[in-house]
Design a binder for this molecule. Structure first.
Ligand SMILES: [Zn+2]
Length: 372
């Protein structure tokens, strides 16, 4: 889809149809009174205040959200702590812990026996996978280590379990540290995402307002009571809606025209491209002026998608290709590609990744909507 400079002339909106809006026109509809189906409306005061209870939950990659995975190692007590550096050097030469730079090889343990307490240092000898022995405590130091190491400086070996990867979150760090001392370098942006501090009050208001627009679009598009999906793409810098559309699963001549695909195409139209004639011709902004790629970003670069249902694989990949920045959705879907079946937005092998959020606990007025 070609990138042409979007003309900045405001155009007439097509109420009740797919809409394609130029980069400098304001958001679709009025925030003062957004009608939600026949006889229902949400006033501006509710829209401004009702996002307080809304939660914006990040859909994180598995390596961030999954429980800590462990690998087994042999470890032993250091009989005299004066020999710690000697043992560390010898073991690092013979059995380096490659890939475990997050692990502290020596730990201090307090052993209790009734009221008696004794502190000792323990050291990781090697991964159990590095030696051909049964994975059990019933092994001796001489079975695990050769005589390049001063084995008589060590106590009886035992099995221990250490985290296989560096912790990504504070929760993973706390879990990992229960098994073996582990280094943790906090990703502050990730911490803010998890804690909910990532979004300012204004951000939350904008998310709330835009997700309401998706709900309204879905409500408008119902066919004989059959649920529809509503979607819009927004430039968050100017809070401008660039395209808004809907689809009803299983209805329509073109099976590729899911709400996301149509929405991306509408954005492409606003940039002088586009593959489909989704709207009447008059719906699209006329494009004037010389072709220039300086002012227009590639398709959806920096833009956000709001949608009532988790996108499918096809749509999630289209969002990769179009360089979307963030996706906010309400309902999960068993075959969804942003958290339910896959997490394509976080797939490290793809050349673009984006953030995905599930929006829950919308205020009671929205929860009454039968958009599902
Ligand atoms: Zn889809």
């Amino acid at each position: 889809m070609a990138n042409h400079p979007a003309a900045v002339k405001r155009r007439k909106l097509c109420e009740g149809t797919d809409v394609c809006i130029t980069a400098r026109s304001r958001s679709y509809g009025s925030d003062d009174d957004i009608a939600i189906g026949p006889g229902r409306s949400i006033g501006s005061s509710q829209i401004i205040t009702s996002h307080d209870e809304m939660r914006i939950i990040p859909v994180l990659p598995d390596h961030v959200s999954a429980p800590v995975s462990l690998v087994s190692v042999y470890a032993a007590a250091i009989l005299d702590k004066k020999n710690t550096s000697t043992l560390l050097r010898q073991l690092s030469d013979v059995h380096p812990l490659d890939g475990f730079s997050h692990i502290k090889r020596v730990r201090k343990q307090t052993l209790k026996n009734g009221s008696y307490e004794k502190a000792e240092l323990q050291i990781i000898l090697c991964e159990t996978s590095k030696v051909t022995l049964p994975i059990t405590d019933e092994v001796s130091v001489s079975m695990i280590l050769n005589d390049d190491i001063d084995r008589d400086l060590l106590g009886e070996p035992f099995l221990a379990y250490i985290p296989s990867a560096p912790p990504q979150t504070k929760a993973q760090y706390e879990e990992a540290s229960q098994h073996w001392p582990t280094a943790y370098h906090e990703d502050k942006e990730l911490s803010r995402l998890i804690s909910g501090e990532h979004f300012s009050a204004l951000d939350r208001k904008n998310v709330h307002t835009n997700i309401l627009k998706a709900i309204r679009k879905a409500e408008e598009a119902k066919v004989n009571g059959k649920a529809a999906i509503g979607a819009l793409i927004v430039d968050p810098k100017s809070d401008t809606t660039l395209g808004m559309t809907s689809s009803v699963p299983g209805i329509g001549e073109n099976s590729l025209q899911h709400a996301v695909m149509k929405c991306i195409d509408l954005v492409a139209h606003s940039q002088g491209g586009g593959a489909w004639s989704i709207c009447p011709e008059s719906c699209y902004e006329s494009v004037n002026g010389e072709c220039s790629t300086d002012e227009t970003p590639y398709l959806c670069t920096g833009f956000d998608l709001y949608i009532t249902q988790e996108p499918c694989v096809m749509c999630a990949m289209a969002l990769v290709h179009s360089r979307i920045r963030r996706v906010f959705y309400i309902d999960s879907h068993p075959d969804g590609a942003l958290g339910s079946r896959y997490k394509l937005h976080a797939e490290s092998s793809l050349n673009h990744r984006y953030q995905a959020f599930k929006v829950v606990d919308l205020c009671s007025a929205e929860q009454q909507l039968d958009h599902r």
